[in-house]
Design a protein around this ligand. Structure first.
Ligand code: 5GP
Ligand code: ZN
Length: 114
């Protein structure tokens, strides 16, 4: 979608440090990491948020979980643990309106989140 930062990362018109790519998704380093490991995993196809996930496209979410597992293993955080986060909408803290999951690890996480 035009003017979407993450669609531009998929196309490569905005550079990113990709750690994973397949035909359906891309994983790349967050530009402003909040943990030693902070990867953003997105569908290549533009979906605005969890609110746009339905029975026709929900399989991308399970695929992203499998990819998150794989990246967690590769980056050495699978044993100690990690967190997968989705922010949805304004109060959820979503700043980029293209569905994405944060993979966070490499430090102790706090609960509840801010
Ligand atoms: P949200 O707040 O929407 O859940 O998360 C958006 C995330 O995308 C933020 O953690 C932010 O640092 C990251 N981000 C925003 N723009 C860019 C960019 O151009 N490149 C990369 N690598 N990350 C970005
Ligand atoms: Zn997009």
């Amino acid at each position: 979608m035009m003017n979407c930062i993450f669609c531009k990362i998929v196309e490569g018109t905005i550079p990113s440090q990709k750690v994973y790519e397949d035909e359906k998704v891309v994983g790349f380093k967050d530009i402003s990491p909040v943990a030693p490991v902070h990867i953003i995993i997105i569908p290549k196809h533009h979906i605005e948020s969890v609110m746009e996930v339905d029975e026709n496209n929900a399989d991308i979410v399970s695929h992203i979980i499998l990819v998150a597992k794989k990246i967690a293993k590769e980056l050495g955080i699978s044993e100690k643990g990690f967190r997968i986060v989705n922010n949805c909408g304004k109060e959820g803290g979503q700043t980029v309106p293209h569905l994405h999951f944060h993979l966070l690890g490499g430090r102790d996480m706090q609960w509840p989140p801010g």
